[in-house]
Structure formats: C-alpha cells, structure tokens
Design a protein around this ligand. Sequence first.
Ligand SMILES: *[C@@H]1O[C@H](CO)[C@@H](O)[C@H](O)[C@H]1NC(C)=O
Ligand SMILES: *[C@@H]1O[C@H](CO)[C@@H](O)[C@H](O)[C@H]1NC(C)=O
Ligand SMILES: *[C@@H]1O[C@H](CO)[C@@H](O)[C@H](O)[C@H]1NC(C)=O
Ligand SMILES: *[C@@H]1O[C@H](CO)[C@@H](O)[C@H](O)[C@H]1NC(C)=O
Length: 920
Amino acid sequence: MRFSAEIGWTFRSFVNESCLKLCLVCDCLLFWCERAQAIQGNDITVKSYKVESRITSRFAHTTVKSSVVNSGSGAQTIGFNVQIPKRAFITNFTMNVNGITFIGSVKEKTVARNLYAQARARGKAAGIVRANSLDMETFKTEVHVPASSKVEFELHYQEMMERKLGFYQHTLHIQPGRLVPHLQVDVYIFEPKGIRAVETPNTLGEHFEGITKVVQNKDKVHIVFKPTLQQQRKCNNCTESAVDGVFTVRYDVERESNAGELQVSDGHFVHFFAPKELSPLSKNIVFVIDVSGSMWGLKMKQTVSAMEAILDDLTMDDYFSIIDFNHNVRCWSEELVPGTSIQISEAKNYIKNIKPNGGTNINEALLRAVQMLLKASIQGLIDPRSVSMIILVSDGDPTVGEIKLSSIQKNVKRLMREEFSLFSLGIGFDVDYDFLERLALDNRGMAQRIYANHDAAEQLKTFYSQVSSPLLRKITVQFPEDSVTDVTQNHFDKFFKGSELVVAGKLKSTSFTTLYSFTTASATMDLSLEAESDLQEMDTWLSQHEHSFSGFARQMWAYITINQLLAQRSLAPTAAKKRRITQAILNLAVDHQFVTPLTALLVQSEDAQERLLADSPRDPKQGCCSGAGYHVQVYSQPSWVRPTLAPTPSPAERPPIGPITVGKLVTSFCLPDHLENDPHFIVHLPKNKMDVCFNIDSEPGHILNLVSDPGTGVVINGQLIGSKRVVNHKRNTYFGTISVSYKPEEVRVDVGTNGIDTKHCSLNDTICVCVCGMPPRVKVSILKDSEVNVTVDDKISLMVLLHRVWKKHPVNVDFLGFYSPSNNQYSTQVHGLIGQFANEPEVKVFNLHEGSDPKKKEANMKVKGNKLSVTRGWQKDYRSDKNKGSEVYCWFIHNSGKGFIDGHYTNYIVPSLDSFLPQL
Ligand SMILES: *[C@@H]1O[C@H](CO)[C@@H](O)[C@H](O)[C@H]1NC(C)=O
Ligand SMILES: *[C@@H]1O[C@H](CO)[C@@H](O)[C@H](O)[C@H]1NC(C)=O
Ligand SMILES: *[C@@H]1O[C@H](CO)[C@@H](O)[C@H](O)[C@H]1NC(C)=O
Ligand SMILES: *[C@@H]1O[C@H](CO)[C@@H](O)[C@H](O)[C@H]1NC(C)=O
C-alpha cells in the first residue's frame, strides 16, 4: 500500500481482510488494529446477506445488501466491505442506521469533496480501495453504533461482460464474514437471442458441491445459491463460515447469423458482433522478452514455461522470432522464421538458457522488433492477409538507452505500420503498467497485467490464447447516418476468436421502425454483412420479463463511451484536449451515476447533516497498486475518509495534527551501521572496536543494494536523489527512497521523503504500528515528527529517518537516513553494501602519520587482503542530536569504499527497489 506518493508504504500480499484493515490508514494504525479486533468479535450478527445480479444483453447490474445488528452490550464498529471488479462502476450506495437513511449520489470529485467537508460523518466512513486480488477493488464502509443498533447496507454496481475465449464470465465475491441466517445469491440472465450454454463452476470450494441451482429456458437463466446455516459452517460444530470466495457464472449466447445481434431499447442501441466458423488468419509474431535482472528467478521460470506452451501453438503458416533484452538487445533469429517443429524446438532451447541480469532497454528492443516486421514486409515474406504483432513481456521500467516514456512511445509509433499491432504484458508490481497500456493502445493492441504469483505462467498463456487466433481484420460497423448519433468506436483493427466486438449509440429519432447495421471486414476473403432490429421488440420483451434490467442499453452506451474516453484521455496530446475529454467524462458519469476515476459518491443523511464520501482511487501510477495480485493502494486525505469513532474525542476536542515532519533522529540504536547524506556510510565494527566510513559517488536514480539476504528473504535497497543544483562541479546524492522487501510474505515497504497527513489520526497521535502478514511477520511503526521502524520476524530491524531541509533551500533536498543495528540476525548468505559487514572482516590500521590536512591524520589499513590509504575523519550521526548530529570518528575509505567493500560500488546497483543483489 502506498500513501498517495507521499511516504510510500507498499505492503504486498495483503489479501487477508483483517490485515488489510490494519494497514489501511498507516497513520492511525493502532486505532485500526484495535478496531480490527472489535470486528472479529462475536457481538455482531449478520441477519441477511443478499447478492443479486441482473444481466441483460451482457450488461450486469449487481446489488449487494446486508442487514447487520450490534448484538453486544456496548458500542462497536460494523463494517461492510465488498470486493467488486475493477472494470465495474459503482452506481449507488445506501445505508440505514437505526432508521436514518443515507442515500448516495455521484458527483464530480471536487464537488463531492466540498460538500463532504461541510458536514462530515459521525462515526461512519466509506471508501474505495484499489486492492489486491486480480482485478478487484474493495468498497469499504464502517459505522460505529451503540448496542442493539440495526444497520442495513446496499451497494449497486454495473459492468459489461466481455466475451473472452468464448464465454462471458460473471464473478461475485461472496464474503459475509460469518454465518448468516439468510444468505442468498441470485443471478438472472436474459439474452434475447437465447442462451447457448451456462456453467456455474464451483469456485467456492467443494464444501458447496451441489448447492447451486440453475433454472434455464431458451432465453433466461436463474441461478440461485442459498446455503443453509448448517451448510455454511466450516465443519459440523464450528461457528466459522465456509462462504468466503468467488461465485462464478459463465455463459455464452446463441448466434443466429454472422452479421451480429442488434438490440434497441430506450432510445439507445447496442450491436454485438462475434461471427463464428471462420478460419484463423496466419500470424507473424515477434516476442520481445525482458530478461533484465529483475526477471531473475520465478518470473523468468514462469515466462519460460508460458513461452514453451505459446511456441507450441504456432503452426507452419505462422512466422515468428524472439528478441530478448536487458541493457543489450539480442535476437534469437534476425529474421522471422516459419513455425516449424525444428525452429520451435530451437527457440524453446534458446529461451530456457536465458539468464536474466542487467538493465532494461525497452526502446531499443521494440524498435528492433518493428524493424524485423518491416523487413519481412518489404521482402514480401508477410502474407498481406496475415496479422503482424509484437508481444512485449516486461516487468520493469526502462533504465537503459531512451528512458523517457513519452519518447519511447513516440519512437515506436513513428516506426510502426498500420498493419502491425503491439500487445504488452506487464508482470508484477514494478512495471509502469500505464505506460505499457498506452504503448499498446497507441498501436492497435491491448495490454494485460500479469500478477506475479504462482499462476503467472497460466495468465500469460491465457492472454496469448485470447490473441492467438485472429479471424478478421479491419472491421467496420456502420449505421444509416440519419438514424443514429453518438456512436462508440466502430472501426476495429482485429477480431479474435472467442471475443466480441460491441458498438453502441443513440437513436436520432424514433420515426422509423427498423434499425440496420452494416458490417464489413476482411478475412481470407472480404465480408459484408447486414443486421436489423425492430425498434420496439426489445422494450416489449423487457417489459414482460420481471427480472430484466430495463435500463441496460442506455447504461451500456455510457459505460462503453466513458471507458473509451478514459483511454483517449490517457493518450491526449495536449492539455486542452485532455480538459475537454475530462469534461465529457464528468458529464456522462454524473448523468449516468457512475463512480469513475473522476467522480465520487457522496452519501448523505436525509437531513444532509451527515455526509460520507466514497472516492475511487485515481488511475494508479506505476508500480503500486493497480495491479500485482497482492497489494492495496491507499490514498491519504481527502480521498479516504478517516473515521472518527467513539470513544475518541470529537473533531472539536481533538487538536489538529499537521503533516508529519520527520525531524532528525531522536533515539539511539546500540551498535549501528548507518548512512546519511551523500550517501555517507558509517560501518561500526564492534569486534575491531572502530568505525569505518565511505561515500558512494553514484548518480541520482540509481538504486543501491544495502542488504541482500536470500537466506531470510530480506532485501533493502535505496534509491538516490540529487541535490537541486551542482555545487563545485558535484551534485550531491542522497537516499530519496529506502525500500524493505520481505520476500516470503511478499511484503514491501517503501519509505519516501514526503510526509504523511495525520489530520484524522485520533487514538494515538504519537505512535502507529502496522503489522503485515498473518501471523504478522513484519511490523512498521511510525513516530510522528521523527522516524519509521521496520521489524522483520523480530530478528531484523532498521530505522529510517526523514531529514527535512528548508523548502526553499537553493541546493539541498529532503533525504532519508538509514540505520540498521549490528545485532540483526541475518543469514550467512547476507551481502550488500551494508549487509556484507554482518560477517565482520578483520581490519588492521597501522602507519599512522600526518596528512596534508593537519587536522586529519592518515594511516594504512589492511582489510580483506587489500592495503588501503585511509584518512581519520568525522561523520555526522544524527541519532543522538536531531538537529546538529554528533560527530563520529571514523577511518575514511576513499574511492567509493574501494577495497573495503567487495567488488566495485557499481556492482551494487540493482534494477529495481525489490531486487536482490546478483551473485557478485
Ligand atoms: C440510490 O438509491 C436510493 C435508495 O434506493 C434511491 O432513492 C436513489 O434514487 C438511488 N440513486 C440513484 C442514482 O439511482
Ligand atoms: C460436536 O458435535 C457433536 C454432536 O453433534 C458432539 O458430540 C461433540 O461434543 C461436539 N464437539 C465439540 C468440540 O463441540
Ligand atoms: C501511544 O502509544 C504509546 C506506545 O504504545 C504510549 O506510550 C502512549 O501512552 C500512547 N498515547 C496515547 C495518547 O494513548
Ligand atoms: C524505533 O526503534 C528504536 C530502537 O529500537 C526505538 O528506540 C524507537 O522507539 C523505535 N521507534 C518507533 C517509532 O517505533
């Protein structure tokens, strides 16, 4: 999790609900810990939990309702958390607390925030957290209520089902948290052309085998999942609920004709196009695979395993090659080769033997890939009816060559031809997924995030199978100009087997009775198809079907339009254009009541005295949170409402707490190794009874490995920032980010140089503790105005201090200090700039003599078999004096620690904040 690019806390692997709660608001953590316990108490009775989805023509409206009673003897907090698909838009939320109704309405973010600020909520909170688990985000509400209170929650959201690999899949997360007397899930599907197949794979676990009931006729399906109280129990006698997971429905519709299905309703139309029985076009693929250091280990293994399956899928008619890149770019074959079994087995061998290391030169690799396709095209190797694509697999930002993202985007676009497309797959969390997505959208492709978990190989293969069978090219769906307006995207570059193209729009008038669509496309031969729909038919049909979702066409049109606008917005070339698009999205989102990245849900009591705000997170930026199957993004104020709960004082009584300004160190570790500005490293060597110091003269942006311990799974890296100006031909560097990763739990904590807003921190203003993992293995504590400690397994601890400088200082910038006690219990495999001294080397200092500076004695040092010249010097240690620091006598090693550290300091530069040090 990350505090809005402020002090960046990134906790990974938080699928666990209670932990999620703890870490939500890092500056109020104690407070959250206690509350999480309260929630786990048994004094809350969930009377009913009902989920209902109405799917009409692929558009779903889902309602989640829950009725909860505080059955304890005291006041407590009731939470209502629902995981919803990221692609869904929340449309409403209402709540009834002891007879007082709160109703939601979607407003522009700033409007909602202003209204919220005028009347805060008492003991209530709502928010949307971009969360972990594959493509889901969490809507969270909490209400603090007196004994025997009754609360009813009701959440609505809408989404379009996308057809993938021949099915529409509807997933509902059913997590009532406890046994519920009335637990029920209903899914109603209405498809006017008929339902070809419906499946309800038992994704909730074998415990629920046979409980789901399906009632089906030609065009309707009703699916019910209604486990009794006894069936919900994890075991015969237990009080724990086994209902905790995903409920899945998959279906496909009948297709009468290849021309597609045209539906008209309520002044809007939707055209679905998914022709069958076409044979796949042959394809030319260049796979561009990132093999930089960060891919080392599991990611590479999974990529290799996925690539083996993908290569096996190629046929003799397909052409392909592979480019692998780190700071260098290598081609398996300089030219495209046919997918014969010999070539495929050679390619597989090549991939298997790749050893990832080094930097990331995406620009060069992509340009080479485009050139390869261009060359093949010029040489006439490419069948004009085939499909040419580049599939990029990467896990990190560019670090070598052209690293400016916008320039890479431009370079690639300039070289690409109309008939080529680029698909990008971003693995894991370090990748700037937005960038990969822009690249793909800009070049007629798609992007997909691959979550770096156990089934990453499966995800890669699934994505590939979605694009591996192109059936049509250059598809255009048109309508008579005088009958429609506001038509969504109607030119498509490709149509892939198992997918569906959807075009929606508004009717210009209703003075005609039939709407026509004309579709043209090119395949092995050119296609031209016509579909028609009666204007009344669908509305008549809907009015006769009780459980249908009658507003579907209008909402679906808005849903598609907003998503297209959001994509255009991210590609907008000028600020003016972006503003226009933003305004268009806002108008639509407010009109159709969608909570988008630009709107928020304001929930208020009937008398408007109390308001809560649920914001969706902004488009998450790089790395953090939009992805990586396991982390949570949290924004600090104002996008997250900090609850103010009894018995904490009311806002008036609470002193306002300003932003944390972490000063200098206040406490002292006993035997520290530490490093401060420039970065100066001070290494305390207890056995030798001396301190040794050195500077590392690296460059801003570089990430230095401080501790790399494969034995315990702990990695500590620091990224450098530069001072504002060059002074005496030198730009000082400092640590701008310190990142601690604990691999076994996939926990990662990034500490940046900005403060945390603690305005609503109410329980304990001084110390906040966050625990990560279940059972907690990593603990993070923050001392306001001072410091941050991270403790792993009670064995390894470290402290990060923020040094603030005067904001307008002409040269200096805020920076971090890092302190690690020497009694940390690392494994014997520990290395890194600091870690290597956990195994203390023997150091001898001799031949003490006057130096050129009379105040600084010089001497020789023998260490690790090297003889060095060293200077007696001082370094500042800020742990005992926050402001001035105290002077530490140390022997200073010149040339960036050369001879004292193993190897050269550049060996310690790693590609990403969670990279282990490669074997030196
Ligand atoms: C939200 O739900 C409430 C209660 O059902 C309703 O009064 C209100 O009109 C709904 N808002 C929207 C935008 O549908
Ligand atoms: C579980 O239930 C059975 C009978 O239903 C009872 O005999 C047994 O003692 C119970 N076990 C526990 C641990 O409550
Ligand atoms: C905050 O927590 C610290 C450490 O647990 C404790 O010493 C202090 O008394 C607490 N302050 C308040 C206001 O509860
Ligand atoms: C951090 O650790 C040091 C040393 O153990 C301790 O003195 C200090 O109180 C800790 N700070 C926080 C915020 O927990």
